[in-house]
Design a protein around this ligand. Structure first.
Ligand code: DCP
Ligand code: MG
Length: 470
């Protein structure tokens, strides 16, 4: 998607969502370096100023789409997303094999600690900064100083830190997916269960498993999540989690974007939690390339390359795992609001919190131990001998009329979403979310019954999930 114009200037489509960006591309060394700068800016500036981080992201994104390996920065003449700062860093890289600015960041203990602390489930840059200010150096320090958090994610995220920071393999995602499919199908025949996120974009590993569920008969999906969680619990697959009710309201559709989203990713009913994946899930199975992907059959598996593993492992360190990408272009907002949102909720050892209204329900997380000493429980469990690994799982329920927008949103990448949403707003005057595409002036929604239709409404060329890796 990059071309030399007659005058020698390079032209690429202006918007990232108009370009093809694959996991494996020709400028990985350069984009890895630029992404360090991006992350550093994200961690340093937080949501005060996301513009620097975004500028780096745009630059790395455009480099991913180039049809040639950059040898000289003069080849980038005419690319408006590659500014002076990035060019200086790239020159350094191309001339000397490494960039002193990037090396300095990688070697800085502040950056290393921020990366470490923000890789704890539920921890964003603001808490990480506090920990650093309090002279904590390691996860051990955090645990030893018994930093008390009332956030269930932080409690369990710390207890299972090692598990949650080792990459989730494709085979694990596939094995878990097939159980979810089986159980959901028993509960609601005809249910659609779709693996999303990085795995759908062809990554061979990831930091979590994102599964989107719907049913063509709108309304029949109500109650599914509750029963599905019971079924998974019965199979001893649930460790801990939190169920969010749908907060989608027709009336808020046409409200101001910021008001209607209030820093949330979306309004779907969902369960965000930690599951117990048997270690046997890590064994590759011959049938693990069979996914029920409605758009691209088993091509995800075919695009697996060793090169991606490195990329995925980097992501597993939560380079941007929980950051938000919305029109306001603030990747930390979501995390900050997530950090806030569960402040004050009392953690229980119940796999599901009180919004899970199954009263007869008994959690698997070592009932006896968990009754009184809440904070001892997760650690004991983590330290016990076990044949499973703790894995982050997101289960999202979408009404069918919103499903294809949810599919695009939950497939990502985050930058693809951010860019597509900004493009929709600036170029088409439309509001794109995971719930739909809306003409704010006419107060009209543009329904889609396939991903291709979503792209069609957006006047964008259709891109396979593997091509949305910007
Ligand atoms: N998403 C988003 N903005 C966020 C979080 C998520 O747009 N702040 C969307 C795009 C992501 C998808 O949801 O691709 C899943 O979120 P993940 O954080 O799980 O991201 P990935 O699956 O892409 O990465 P990983 O492979 O590390 O899980
Ligand atoms: Mg994911």
């Amino acid at each position: 998607s990059g071309d030399k114009e007659e005058d020698g200037n390079l032209t690429v489509p202006e918007w990232a969502c108009q370009r093809v960006a694959r996991l494996v591309h020709l400028n990985k060394k350069l984009t890895d370096a630029i992404e360090v700068l991006q992350e550093h800016a994200e961690l340093r500036d937080g949501h005060q100023d996301y513009s620097r981080a975004l500028a780096f992201r745009r630059a790395s994104c455009v480099l991913k789409s180039l049809p040639f390996a950059v040898q000289d920065v003069r080849q980038l003449e005419g690319l408006k997303d590659v500014g002076g700062h990035v060019k200086r860093v790239l020159s350094d890289l191309l001339d000397n094999g490494s960039s002193s600015e990037v090396q300095e960041i990688l070697n800085s203990s502040w950056y290393q600690k921020m990366k470490l602390f923000t890789s704890v489930f539920g921890i964003g840059p603001s808490t990480a900064k506090k920990w650093i200010d309090n002279e904590l150096e390691s996860i051990k320090d955090v645990k030893r100083n018994s930093v008390r958090s009332s956030d269930w994610r932080v409690i369990w995220g710390l207890a299972f830190f090692e598990d949650l920071n080792s990459p989730v393999l494709r085979s694990e995602a596939d094995r878990f997916l097939s159980i979810v499919q089986q159980e959901a199908e028993k509960l609601l025949p005809g249910v659609i269960v779709q693996l999303c996120g990085g795995f759908r974009r062809g990554k061979s590993s990831g930091h979590d498993v994102d599964i989107l569920l719907t049913h063509p008969k709108e309304g029949s999906e109500l109650g599914l999540l509750h029963n599905l969680l019971l079924a998974l619990e019965k199979k001893d697959l649930i460790l801990i989690g939190h169920k969010e009710k749908s907060s989608f309201r027709q009336e808020i559709l046409f409200q101001d974007f910021k008001l209607s989203m209030r820093g949330q990713l979306d309004h779907f009913e969902k369960w965000l939690g930690i599951c117990k994946f048997p270690k046997s899930f890590q064994e590759q199975r011959l049938d693990s390339c069979l996914h029920n992907d409605d758009s691209n059959s088993n091509s995800n598996c075919l695009s697996d390359h060793a090169a991606q593993d490195l990329d995925s492992v980097k992501h597993c360190e939560h380079s941007e795992a929980d950051t938000q990408t919305q029109t306001q272009g603030n990747s930390q907002l979501h995390k900050a609001s997530q950090e806030k949102s569960s402040e004050g909720t009392v953690p229980t050892c119940h796999s599901l919190n009180e919004s899970f209204d199954g009263t007869s329900y008994e959690p698997s997380a070592k009932k006896a131990k968990c009754g009184s000493s809440l904070d001892a429980c997760p650690d004991d469990l983590a330290d016990s001998e076990r044949d499973w690994v703790a894995r982050r799982v997101d289960l999202i329920i979408a009404p069918y009329s919103q499903y294809y927008y949810a599919l695009v949103g939950w497939t990502g990448s985050k930058h693809f979403n951010r860019d597509a949403r900004l493009y929709a707003q600036k170029v088409l005057g439309l509001k794109l979310t995971s719930h739909g595409l809306f003409d704010m002036a006419k107060k009209e929604a543009l329904p889609s019954s396939s991903e291709a239709e979503v792209f069609h409404h957006l006047k964008l060329p259709y891109r396979d999930p593997e091509d949305r890796n910007c």
